[in-house]
Write a protein that binds this ligand. Structure first.
Ligand code: 5GP
Ligand code: ZN
Length: 139
């Protein structure tokens, strides 16, 4: 299934060029056009789905298994010192392309750009924490 307006569907179909580092029946993995670090890549499922809310569990599991394998491979090949795996959903969370993707971001001790994934902390009272826990606890 593809979305005609989706840029990642066009990349998957080969209609827009990309630096592809891995491809199989279910996924294409490309270098991000605006990388946060050397080797920043994106895992794209070949079937269009917008985000974590839409993706089927089987494809989500396969994507995480692939991320694990690529993290090892990329760390070895790029000699990076650490790794972030990031996945944004909806505009408020920073999603700009609405075709599910996982960011693979190699991290380097000597990188000039260290402000990747920084956030300020929020504080909640003990009462609020208990209320959040109660709301989230699986029945
Ligand atoms: P998001 O912000 O949705 O989590 O991430 C979207 C990512 O896709 C961004 O990091 C952006 O640089 C990347 N991106 C957007 N358009 C293209 C494109 O045409 N080609 C490639 N390779 N990456 C893209
Ligand atoms: Zn798409």
């Amino acid at each position: 299934m593809r979305d005609e307006a989706c840029i990642f569907c066009k990349i998957i179909a080969g209609e827009i060029p990309s630096y592809t580092i891995y491809e199989d029946e279910d996924f294409k993995v490309i270098l991000d056009v605006n990388p946060a670090s050397k080797g920043h890549a994106l895992i794209l499922p070949k079937h269009h789905c917008a985000d974590i809310y839409e993706i089927d569990e089987d494809t989500a599991s396969k994507a995480m298994r692939l991320a694990k394998r690529l993290a090892l491979h990329m760390t070895k090949q790029l000699e990076c010192d650490g790794f972030n795996i990031l996945q944004n959903n909806h505009e408020v969370a920073g999603q700009t392309v609405f075709h599910f993707h996982m960011h693979l971001i190699p991290r380097y001790q000597n990188a000039k750009n260290k402000d990747i994934l920084m956030w300020n902390h929020e504080t909640f009272s003990a009462e609020e924490m208990a209320e959040i826990r109660d709301r989230l606890k699986s029945k």
